[in-house]
Every structure is written in structure tokens, then in C-alpha cells.
Design a protein around this ligand. Structure first.
Ligand code: HEC
Length: 169
């Protein structure tokens, strides 16, 4: 009797250890330069993850006033890959880092979602960011190496194209 209880406990423990291992090391398998696209990125931030459970920058939490072209208010979320390494002394966000920005109009109505995802080798001359913009229901308005996004964010190239929040602080 005692033997079988111990055995059951062992099986539960081993299963638990394995499932923990699988979930803990699960990489963002689709965040790869060979298959990244707007739909896959949307799936990653909404199905694999729930970006609304991501963190905010420590000094930029919740809804904040924003600037053109993104609208008067925003919320900026950062995934754990970024959260776990800030402050970043070399100001380079690691592969797999994702920043999601929700934009709101003057009445604080949710209007669009802009995303920057670090995808190794997807655009080496501009720090390997994959850019995407969606309507609130997930329809991609633009995505990829978008020069419009890059040219404006380039002003902050030394901060890895990130406008809000100094990465080394
Ligand atoms: C004319 C300049 C300009 C253009 C074009 C632009 N952005 Fe931005 N972006 C900003 C500014 C300014 C911020 C800071 C937040 C704010 O004021 O809304 C920002 C913030 C962001 C953020 C939050 C991370 C950060 O840098 O602080 C994301 C994500 C983002 N933009 C994505 C995009 C995408 C995707 C595009 C192209 C579809 C784009 N941006 C085009 C100016 C621009």
C-alpha cells in the first residue's frame, strides 16, 4: 500500500518536473526570420502569450500620453525576455524581445496595436526589428521591414530604436 502511494507520488513528481521543463524552456519557436509574418506574430502575442499580461517599463506604467503618429494615449508592454534583462547596459534588446504598444484616441478608445519584435537576422542593418501594425481586431495594416517605422524610430538607433525608456536605466 505504502509502496504504491510512494510510486504514485514519484510518477506525479516526474510528470510535473517534465511539464515544467517543457513550458519553462519553450522558446518562441515561430519568431524566426524564415517564417515570421504579421499573422504569426499576432498569434504569438495573443495565443501563445497574452500580451496584456506582459510587464510595463518600470518607469512607464499603464496609460500614458503619447505623440503623433501613434495617437494621444498609449500603453507599452514588454515581454519577459526584455523584462528579465533590463537595465541593458549595451542598449541592445535580445532576440525574442517583443514590445507591444496599444494606441488610444483622445477619448481613450482603443484604436490600434503597434509591435516591434526582435527576430534574429531578419533585418541586420536596422537592428533586426520586425515591425507590425494591427487594427484592434488583429488585421495587419503593415508589417515587416517598414521604412516608415524605421525612419522615424531611427532617431533612437543608439537606444535600439526604442523611443520610450532608456534601455540602460
Ligand atoms: C513619425 C515618427 C514615428 C513613426 C513613423 C512610427 N513611430 Fe512608433 N513611436 C514613435 C514615438 C514618438 C513613440 C513613443 C510613444 C508615443 O509617443 O506614442 C513610438 C513608440 C513605438 C512603440 C513602443 C516602443 C518605443 O519605441 O517606445 C512601438 C512598438 C512602435 N512605436 C511601433 C511602430 C511601428 C510598428 C511603426 C510603423 C508602422 C511606427 N512605430 C512608426 C514615433 C513613430
Amino acid at each position: 500500500m505504502i509502496k504504491s502511494i510512494i510510486l504514485t507520488l514519484c510518477v506525479i513528481l516526474i510528470t510535473f518536473c517534465f511539464s515544467w521543463f517543457i513550458f519553462a524552456v519553450k522558446p518562441l519557436e515561430n519568431l524566426d526570420k524564415n517564417n515570421i509574418n504579421a499573422e504569426i506574430l499576432w498569434k504569438i502575442i495573443n495565443t501563445e502569450d497574452n500580451y496584456r499580461k506582459y510587464s510595463f517599463w518600470p518607469d512607464h506604467k499603464g496609460m500614458q500620453p503619447g505623440r503623433a503618429p501613434h495617437g494621444p494615449y498609449h500603453k507599452i508592454y514588454i515581454n519577459d525576455i526584455i523584462r528579465n534583462v533590463i537595465p541593458i547596459s549595451n542598449k541592445t534588446i535580445p532576440e525574442g524581445g517583443i514590445i507591444v504598444k496599444e494606441s488610444f484616441d483622445i477619448d481613450k478608445e482603443f484604436v490600434s496595436i503597434s509591435v516591434m519584435a526582435k527576430v534574429k537576422d531578419c533585418n541586420p542593418s536596422n537592428n533586426d526589428w520586425f515591425w507590425a501594425q494591427y487594427s484592434t481586431d488583429g488585421k495587419a495594416q503593415t508589417s515587416g521591414k517598414i521604412m516608415n517605422c524605421i525612419n522615424c524610430h531611427k532617431a533612437f538607433k543608439k537606444n535600439d530604436f526604442v523611443m520610450f525608456h532608456r534601455l540602460d536605466k
